[in-house]
Design a protein around this ligand. Structure first.
Ligand code: GDP
Length: 350
């Protein structure tokens, strides 16, 4: 089976957009990813510090299901959405900046009870520097005093169920947070009032615990990516792949987790990074519902665990190249060395 295949091949084929989740520690990034990828929202799980990048591929059928109440007539043309959660802890600065650099679009999570915090501002600066589009998830709306839970409901509908007091507190907090964004030089507006998308960033109120607002968030992400990034998202046979992490796994030896941004990887492909080896197996990071296991080939975009011999010298942040029949291996090795020097100088600076 090939995963990441478009439902209708033949039309202009788009790859899945890569979306990363950024924001202050404890704003709910991990929980939001859990909520997006699960069909049923679980409650009461203890939060912890995410120690590594976690990623999930959300197939478009799942997104269609989650957004059906919105009755959006717009077509969803991408095979899915690849969501990457970059750890918020200070110690993972380097990892965070590596993950976010690969994103097409981002979700910036802000806790409605706390507003903008130092890492929110750090995230804004990273996004601005890389000119990455983003949508603000104004999370934890369920913590507004007196909030009536409307599980997995569009936020537009859930807001109508709330008392006048809740609506008043909501408006007050939103106004304050819009002002805080303004102080950072950013125009933001609630998604349903935003008439100037592109210049003004949209805010979608969400609860990662009970799921309100997730439908709007998903729909907006996909629609915005499809509308503004067709060129970037057009599927390409040229492999574009970056190493995220090098990990020793019991029973598998050293493995690498990569982000396949474009193209397709096959079992048996000859790859060159600082390493030179042949892919033994390819396992995508998938939603639990899709099951685990290895695939013969995987199409972009996807986060994939690769097993192969000699991966010990792979370096996080560098590109992996696939050798094609007519390629000059020495030429590719030159490219790799340039890449290494770049990554090393970036590490020295940080
Ligand atoms: P992260 O550090 O940004 O990844 O934050 P977590 O996802 O670990 O969440 C931090 C804490 O906030 C955890 O205890 C979560 O259960 C809680 N939390 C996250 N999102 C929500 C939300 O929407 N509503 C409420 N009430 N709690 C939330």
């Amino acid at each position: 089976a090939v995963i990441g295949k478009n439902e209708k091949e033949g039309e202009k084929t788009l790859r899945s957009p890569i979306c990363c989740i950024m924001g202050h520690v404890d704003s709910g990034k991990t929980k939001l990813l859990d909520c997006i990828r699960s069909t049923t929202v679980q409650e009461g799980e203890a939060g912890g510090i995410t120690q590594q990048i976690s990623a999930s591929y959300i197939p478009v059928e799942h997104i269609r299901e989650r957004t059906k109440e919105l009755k959006a007539d717009a077509k969803l043309n991408v095979p899915g959405l690849l969501v990457i959660d970059t750890p918020g802890h200070e110690a993972f600065n380097n990892l965070r900046s590596r993950g976010s650099g690969l994103c097409d679009i981002a979700i910036l999570v802000v806790d409605i009870m706390h507003g903008l915090k130092p890492q929110t501002i750090e995230s804004i600066n990273l996004l601005r520097m890389r000119k990455t589009e983003f949508i603000v998830a104004l999370n934890k709306v369920d913590r507004l005093y007196g909030w009536k839970t409307c599980r997995n409901t569009p936020i537009g509908k859930a807001m109508k169920q709330q008392s006048k007091d809740v609506q008043r507190e909501f408006d007050h907090r939103v106004t304050q947070i819009i002002t805080q964004f303004k102080e950072q030089g950013l125009n933001t507006e609630l998604y349903n009032k935003n008439k100037e998308r592109g210049e003004t960033y949209s805010i979608v109120p969400t609860s990662a615990i009970s799921g309100e607002g997730i439908p709007e968030l998903l729909l907006l992400l996909i629609q915005w990516a499809q509308k503004t990034m067709v060129k970037k998202l057009t599927y390409n046979s040229e492999v574009q792949c970056t190493v995220l992490e090098v990990k020793v796994i019991q029973g598998c030896g050293t493995t690498v987790d990569v982000v396949l941004v474009n193209g397709v990887l096959h079992e048996g492909d000859e790859i060159i990074g600082p390493i030179h080896t042949t892919i033994r197996s390819l396992t995508p990071h998938l939603m639990k519902e899709l099951g685990g296991g290895a695939y013969k080939e995987i199409k972009a975009a996807q986060v994939i665990k690769i097993t192969a011999q000699n991966l010990e010298h792979a370096v996080a942040g560098t590109a992996l190249y696939v050798v094609k029949p007519d390629d000059d291996v020495e030429e590719i090795k030159e490219l790799v060395m340039d890449d290494m020097r770049n990554v090393m100088s970036r590490i020295d600076k940080s």
